[in-house]
Design a protein around this ligand. Structure first.
Ligand code: PEP
Ligand code: MN
Length: 265
């Protein structure tokens, strides 16, 4: 059963409004982990748009485990996302990590992403709740469902009712084979607890491109409203999350398969 009426989150994009929270079609969000340069982000945007995505994802500010890893190009990458939006007609979803950047990121982003590592950054949740753009709240690395819903509540309580929940995997004991354990049961559970739209991210959820198609299909089967998939024009050369990134051709093949299952595109 469901938790009452599902909420719809309407997001205006250059090609018109996209609605999260409706059974059909599955909203596809795709793009690289990090915005690396103008050519790659524009090319990826055009390719994923042609394959049926409604949103381009790409990090300007990256929450990396190591301080010595690529941290994202920051503000200049926001400009590149704006260029990719213009070139592709896609909406933009990008992460904000710092309350000081919320306004700047919201100028370019159609949806603000709050990452797993900041799920309980309460000042950031309040700041995201106090601005008008919809917010994508990823599940914390080892957050319970109730902790996640309470984090969403911070955004809602601050006055922003447009929140989307993204299951992106929880801490696994099997790092040999998986980066995280994608908790698809959480999607079924959320349906009984919340009216908010749900997204599943099988890229971070598994950590490996070869497992992404199967888990994307499983996420649709369990009732997700949308999918986030990492796509990079040359995963072997990616500055972050290459091993879990599909090529544009692989993404195209996947969306064609998903069309059969969930009327994805
Ligand atoms: C990302 O979307 O690139 C990301 C860092 O995700 P998460 O916060 O889920 O790890
Ligand atoms: Mn990533």
């Amino acid at each position: 059963y469901r938790h009452g009426e599902a909420s719809r989150v309407e997001v205006p994009t250059p090609k018109g409004s996209v609605f999260f929270g409706e059974p059909d079609p599955i909203v596809l969000v795709a793009g690289p982990c990090s915005v690396e340069n103008e050519e790659m982000i524009v090319e990826t945007a055009q390719r994923v748009a042609a394959a049926g995505a409604s949103f381009l994802r790409g990090g300007a500010y990256k929450p990396r485990t190591s301080p010595y890893a690529f941290q994202g190009h920051g503000e200049s990458a926001l400009g590149l996302l704006a260029a990719a939006r213009e070139a592709s007609g896609l909406g933009i979803i990008t992460e904000v990590m710092d309350t000081a950047d919320v306004e700047k990121v919201a100028e370019v982003a159609d949806v603000l992403q709050i990452g797993a590592r900041n799920m309980q950054n309460f000042p950031l949740l309040k700041a995201a709740g106090a601005q008008p753009k919809p917010v994508l709240l990823k599940r914390g690395l080892s957050a319970t469902i109730d902790e996640w819903l309470m984090a969403a509540e911070y955004i809602l309580a601050a006055g922003n009712s447009n929140v989307i929940l993204c299951e992106r995997g929880i801490r696994t004991f099997d790092r040999q084979h998986l980066r995280n354990t994608l908790d698809l049961a959480a999607v079924a559970v959320l349906r009984t607890l919340t009216h908010l739209p749900i997204m599943v991210d099988p890229s971070h959820g598994t950590g490996w491109a070869r497992f992404v198609p199967a888990l994307a299909k499983a996420a649709i089967a369990v009732g997700t409203d949308s999918l986030m998939i990492e796509v990079h024009p040359n995963p072997a050369k990616a500055l972050s999350d290459g091993p879990q990134s599909l090529t544009p051709d692989q993404f195209d093949a996947l969306t064609q398969e998903l069309g059969v299952i969930g009327q994805a595109v």
